[in-house]
Design a protein around this ligand. Structure first.
Ligand SMILES: [Fe+2]
Length: 147
């Protein structure tokens, strides 16, 4: 894959993740206002939990593939230009930390409303900090290379 295609692929993954993030923010995700699942009868909570689990599975899958794609791009860049490892190590560490935080946030015992709020914070933080600090420079570097 040439660099500009890989850069576009990374941007496309960002858009897919952002679309999942938008579903998390959709007020229709909860017919009862979504503030607190503790007041919901179990018959309402069960489909809500199922929807939340589905969104989480999609999100985890997307994030995992996205991180693998970026880390593959880092390896290719590092091969072409040694010395970039020090720049990429903190980026990869943030990926690992984020996956760990995501897994913890969507553990089985979290209530859907609490989980949605926690995920919104986590993904918002990722979009506002990690993407700007690490991903954008990586995309620019990949786009300028013929890998
Ligand atoms: Fe990244």
């Amino acid at each position: 894959m040439i660099g500009s295609q890989l850069a576009m692929e990374i941007e496309y993954k960002h858009a897919e993740i952002y679309a999942q993030f938008s579903i998390l923010n959709d007020p229709k995700q909860c017919t009862r206002g979504g503030a607190d699942c503790r007041n919901c009868p179990i018959e309402d909570l069960t489909p809500c939990r199922r929807d939340f689990d589905r969104i989480c599975a999609n999100l985890l899958n997307l994030m995992l593939h996205h991180f693998q794609l970026e880390e593959s791009a880092m390896r290719q860049l590092d091969k072409a230009n040694h010395g970039l490892k020090e720049i990429f190590e903190p980026h990869k560490e943030e990926h690992a930390n984020l996956m760990e935080q995501l897994s913890r946030t969507i553990s089985e015992d979290v209530l859907p409303a609490d989980g949605r709020r926690a995920l919104q914070c986590l993904i918002r933080h990722w979009l506002d900090t990690h993407v700007i600090k690490h991903d954008k420079p990586l995309i620019a570097a990949v786009g300028n290379q013929s890998l």
